[in-house]
Design a binder for this molecule. Structure first.
Ligand code: FES
Length: 116
């Protein structure tokens, strides 16, 4: 089955995925730069993605725990999910999503000036 991932730089990647794998694991194991700092424990929100609107209804709805973590993420909207909480299945073959910029690994975030 396939997983379609767009990175913040606009590049599109079609990845082979396995049934039962977390989307975050698929993205990471194919070597795309995702932070996923907590390793999939729903404790960091650095695996934040925007799910293509046509796929949202096909996903298992987010748990309270996931929604709580998303509360602390940036640029959250109705497409937002933590991709370590999405499990691949036949029904999700072709799932399309975009990595949120703060989930991108190796981006120097300290460039943003805070205060004076
Ligand atoms: Fe930490 Fe998904 S990897 S919440």
């Amino acid at each position: 089955m396939r997983l379609n991932v767009r990175l913040p730089d606009g590049t599109a990647h079609q990845l082979d995925a396995l049934d039962g794998w977390r989307v975050m694991e698929v993205v990471r194991d194919w070597g795309l730069p995702i932070k996923a700092e907590c390793g999939g424990a729903c404790a960091c929100a650095t695996c934040h993605v925007w799910v293509d609107p046509e796929w949202i209804a096909k996903l298992v709805p987010p748990s309270d725990e996931e929604l709580e973590m998303l509360d602390g993420a940036f640029q959250v909207d109705e497409r937002s999910r933590l991709c370590c909480q999405i499990i691949m299945s036949e029904a999700l073959d072709g799932l399309a999503l975009e990595l949120a910029p703060e989930s991108l690994a190796d981006v120097p975030s300290e460039r943003v000036a805070v205060g004076g």
